[in-house]
Design a binder for this molecule. Sequence first.
Ligand code: BGC
Length: 745
Amino acid sequence: MKTFARPFSASLVLLLLLLWIVAPGAAASQDLEALLSRMTLEEKVGQMTQLTLQAVSETKGEPGVAHIIDHDALREAIAERHVGSLLNVYDMARTESEWRMLMTHIDEVTRTESRLGIPILYGIDAVHGNNYLMEATIFPQNIGLAATWNTDLVAKASRITAQETRAVGINWNFSPVLDVARTPLWSRFFETFGEDPYATAVLGTAAVMAMQEPGPTGYPAVAATGKHFLGYSMPLSGKDRTPAWIPERMLRDIFLPPFEAAMNAGLMTIMINSAEINGIPVHADKFVLTDLLREELGFEGIAVTDWEDIGKLVELHRVAESYKEAVFQSVDAGIDMAMVPYDYTFTDTLIELVAEGRISESRIDESVMRILSVKKKLGLFDRSASHPTARVDIGSDASHSTSLQAARESMTLLKNNGVLPLDSESTILAAGPALDNIPMMFGSWSYTWQGTDPAAYPAGIQTLGEELADRLAERVIMAPWGGYHEADRFRAAAYASDVAVLALGEVPSVEKPGDIESLRLPDEQVAIVRQAAESGARVVVVLFQNRPRIIREIEPYADAIVLAYLPGPYGAQAVVDVLDGTVNPGGHLPFTYPRFSGSLVPYDHKPSEASDILYGTNAFQPQYPFGHGLSYTEFHYSDLTVDAAQFDSHGTIEVGVTVENVGNLAGRDVVHVFVQDHVASVTPAVRRLRAFSVVDLESGDSARLTWTLGEADFSFTGRDLKPVLEPGTFSIHVDSLSYMFELHQ
Ligand code: BGC
């Protein structure tokens, strides 16, 4: 019998260590004060300016064309305009040697040509591996990592990403997304850790800590970025960068916790939400960017804008009449750095605003100190430690096996009528749009921004079709032509097969290009599932997708459904491992899989959302519930215990449960601990996730799992918008067990 601690507390020692090393403000030491005192206003405002690499390049990112820096433009940016940061948005990946050359060039100009030699922060979106580096190790997208529920694995993948980013001289990663995915329509759903604030806080914080963990030089590999602060992920229309209406209570209960947890663990930077909440663009919202961020959360890291977002206050959001007014509003609201990104309009305008006395120089000093402090914490002033050619074995075998492990652990078996694992004798028809489509396995932010160009991917990535052909050889018939346009041919092939493996997928897309009108699957994908089933084959559906597409119509025709998310380079291998039983699937949904496009209700909904006249109080009927995931073995839960005796004195509650593997195979389960508050002054959610553990058990083995819950786990944002714990009746739910008890205070 094993005893497991709550995953969060397992990392506590590391957390405290990290807090000590990178605690916000710790590096704001005398030498930085001295440096600041030597800086002119132009030098200070330059630090607050971030330009895209395109602004200092001769080439404009044409595929296949080697990158050429415009040396004069770079010199002007660094030596004359004193820019503090560059960012990468060239829409193409580069090789390790190209990156090294590029970063060395930037570093040399900074060292030799600028008066103060203040190093540059170079930001990049390395969101599932360093996806703009050809040789880097690419991992499943965050939504798949979240389905593993494996905090250590998320940390490991994030550490590799950070190391493979710094190895080529890049010191700032615009990752992780800490937005909580509250609408499946949103085009960035796959970049999140799912719909739950607690899970996002735990997994997101693990990612941040791993990226910022001090390396052999004593400095973190990169600064992580919690994005996008705040409330980006629930646009009312479902479309990216459109208005959200989020009352403060919900902001605090749902969207804030992951940012707060990551900040408490030393998060160095945040990026601001491009959109508006409650009618106010966040880039101009002093409540969010100062009252909440600085005064309440005490965040001392950098708040960088998103792409061109100061200008958008004028052109798009129309809260500012002029660019000057927009700069005033955003700096006054609390931003530290503007992702301008092409020119010096921000720099010049901010200098003017200071000269006119509208923005004080002390306000500028605050932002500059934050920027310099992050540079110092990263060791950028320590030349010996920060040289861009620091050796890391990029794309090592060990890193690749971590990616394979993550892909395998993410595989989520949604349905199985016994067809899986496949019988070793059965003949198989393999078809579907994702069968030989590498971009559909990777999703966006893969070698290009949208990730759609197969030619941009490195050679040697195995497609699902190739993997099936290699491993099942003569038992498999390939039908990449699908069934929609060649229905008769497809039906005949399905008729001649025992099983049809149908790989459905979504073309990669992200941000505005990823807006969709409906969650419905394309007609031709629905059609091939029907045709295969009607021909008598048993149907196994494999889903690669950016967000949960509605599968209600095809689900009855499918004997098994495997959700692969966006698993990356080892997606094909991981899927076939599950199909043939090499791997017993253990992934669990980090979100509620909706049944209807018009019913996008998360698991932690209010009681009234679960009642209607048809089903009474059982109206919450998603396709698959949050946390769902089947296995080839079976688990049995018993002895749920709740000890609340110490609550008055210690504010803690002990929860325990026994899990037993009662099937014939070794397997993994993910155990979720939910709290239900029965009566509260603000309508309580039906349940809220408060702890989880991953448990691996041999057939016949059992484990006793225990967790300690604290006051925060039972409190919520009250009518006065302050956290409150109201004593009374609560229940703990684990699997199908529940335990009701009274909390006294
Ligand atoms: C995205 C950010 C990203 C930035 C820089 C923006 O369009 O919203 O998530 O970090 O571009 O590439």
